[in-house]
Design a binder for this molecule. Structure first.
Ligand code: C2E
Ligand code: MG
Ligand code: MG
Ligand code: MG
Length: 300
């Protein structure tokens, strides 16, 4: 029989597991507090028509100001919320905020100068779990009826890799949203290993070219050809292309010359609070981007 003695110290890996569990519980508690309180904000990043420089719409991006830790990136807390089951509540918060903000954005578009398209759109991000486990279409539909927002003014963004987790489940939910009139964008396209056969069964209206390709395309002929191929694919299947992560004028001009319809990136404007986005729409200068002027507030 084993001799009695002091308990063995936990192994380093058990210790690491314990620490990770404590950290994720703390994260979950903080997220619950954020949902109950007033710690989230929805920022808006401009999306521009590359041929003319006109403002075409915005992507809504969540921001979490944790009173203890400061600004927490969605790239870390969205995956955490997917892991701890809080993502549906986060998305419900986003849909509520869309209902408050979008009517003002659309109104700004109608009153804005010719440098702004009269029918702006706003896109927002959803996850695979939102499509599989919640009635996202019902939630959005109730919000549309409450606010009077036209469904065509909204786009759902879902990453290519999330779509591929459960293509059949996603297809059913997306078909309902599309039938209700919403646009459907595949986000981070080119990094998620989707098969083209799946793509053809999904009711997609927009492909967003992942910023990894945009960042590399000027230096790397291969990346440039990948961008060209994605643009041709978008054209062939009759959807609009958006290039993400445009940080410089050279990329903006190259993409415009390649026929990419829409672009988004720090070059045009960072994600910004609602008031700044409305002011940007009112004073949007379609020529300014050609001069390399950058706007926005989200310094990260
Ligand atoms: P995403 O949907 O692909 O959003 C684009 C991300 O790229 C945003 O990061 C944006 O700030 C950043 N970005 C835009 N232009 C540039 C640029 O020129 N250069 C660089 N380096 N970055 C640029 P953000 O806001 O930190 O969001 C990260 C990701 O978190 C998003 O990627 C999206 O997957 C997720 N996310 C953000 N908000 C939400 C939300 O409300 N719901 C859900 N489910 N996910 C969200
Ligand atoms: Mg997105
Ligand atoms: Mg993206
Ligand atoms: Mg992304």
């Amino acid at each position: 029989a084993a001799a009695e003695g002091p308990p063995a110290p936990p192994s380093p890996s058990a210790r690491a597991d314990f620490d990770a569990t404590v950290a994720s519980l703390a994260q979950e508690r903080a997220l619950r507090r954020a949902l109950a309180g007033d710690e989230f904000a929805l920022f808006l990043q401009p999306i521009v028509r590359l041929a003319t420089g006109q403002l075409a719409g915005f992507e809504a991006l969540i921001r979490w100001h944790d009173p203890e830790r400061g600004l927490v990136s969605p790239a870390s807390f969205i995956p955490a919320a997917e892991a701890n089951g809080l993502i549906l509540a986060v998305t419900a918060w986003v849909i509520g905020a869309i209902g408050r903000i979008v009517p003002r954005v659309l109104e700004a578009g109608l009153r804005a100068p010719a440098s702004v398209e009269p029918s702006l759109f706003v896109s927002f991000n959803v996850t695979a779990q939102d499509l599989a486990r919640s009635d996202i279409c019902g939630l959005v539909d109730a919000m549309l009826r409450r606010t009077g927002i036209a469904p065509g003014a909204l786009k759902l963004e879902i990453t290519e890799s999330a779509l591929m987790q459960d293509p059949a489940g996603a297809a059913a939910a997306l078909a309902r949203c599309r039938a209700a009139g919403l646009g459907i964008a595949v986000d981070d396209f080119g990094t998620g290993y989707s098969s083209l056969s799946h793509l053809s069964t999904l009711p997609i209206t927009t492909l967003k070219v992942d910023r990894a390709f945009v960042r590399a395309m000027l230096a790397e002929p291969r990346d440039r050809r990948i961008v060209q191929t994605i643009l041709r694919l978008a054209d062939e299947i009759g959807v609009v292309a958006v290039a993400e992560g445009i940080e410089g004028r050279a990329e903006a001009e190259a993409l415009a010359a390649m026929g990419c319809a829409l672009g988004q990136g720090y070059h045009f404007g960072r994600p910004m609070p609602e008031a700044d986005a409305l002011a940007a729409a009112a004073a949007w200068n379609a020529e300014a981007w050609r001069c390399g002027l950058s706007r926005g507030a989200d310094q990260d």
